[in-house]
Design a protein around this ligand. Structure first.
Ligand SMILES: Nc1ncnc2c1ncn2[C@@H]1O[C@H](COP(=O)(O)OP(=O)(O)OP(=O)(O)O)[C@@H](O)[C@H]1O
Ligand SMILES: [Mg+2]
Length: 146
């Protein structure tokens, strides 16, 4: 695990960009942290690191946003509204957990529940964002060796 202190949104995006540059096909980046922690901000950086086109915003009305045009496809999921393992199952997100590209999952806490408990593995990277004060964030993440 590594720790990064972010002092502003651009810092958080810059860390995301490093993930995007290092990302390999099949990676699932699991983001956790409270409302407004900066998960979507982080995803903007991942998209930039992959050179994906398109404006990044949380997939509110759909489950998944897909951004193409980059080195790998980026799938952006937000599980906020899926509260039970059953809801996650019926939403059909399994294919995004072994993505043909890279997935970033907001509210990945939801995956820790029951049968969805994810195994640690080289393709599954956890990123936890904690709010310290107004613009400071502590980001604890699985080091990807870059
Ligand atoms: N250091 C920081 N890193 C990231 N965001 C920050 C930071 N400081 C302030 N912010 C602000 O916090 C907000 C983070 O919003 P963002 O939508 O990324 O959060 P989120 O974790 O995706 O929330 P949600 O759970 O609602 O999807 C933005 O308004 C951003 O400008
Ligand atoms: Mg968000």
């Amino acid at each position: 695990m590594a720790t990064f202190i972010s002092h502003n949104p651009a810092d958080t995006e810059a860390l995301g960009e490093r993930f995007g540059r290092a990302a390999q096909r099949g990676w699932v980046i699991a983001l956790s942290g409270d409302l407004g922690a900066g998960k979507t901000q982080f995803v903007r950086g991942v998209a930039r690191g992959l050179d994906c086109a398109g404006k990044v915003h949380s997939p509110t009305f759909t489950l998944v946003n897909e951004y193409g045009g980059g080195r790998l496809k980026l799938f952006h999921l937000d599980l906020y509204r899926l509260e039970t393992a059953q809801q996650i199952l019926s939403a059909g997100i399994e294919e995004y957990l072994v993505p043909d590209g890279v997935s970033v999952v907001e509210w990945a806490e939801r995956l820790e529940d029951g049968r969805w408990k994810m195994k640690d593995g080289k393709n599954f990277l956890r990123v936890k964002i904690e709010i310290l004060i107004k613009t400071e964030r502590k980001i604890i993440y699985d080091d990807f060796g870059a």
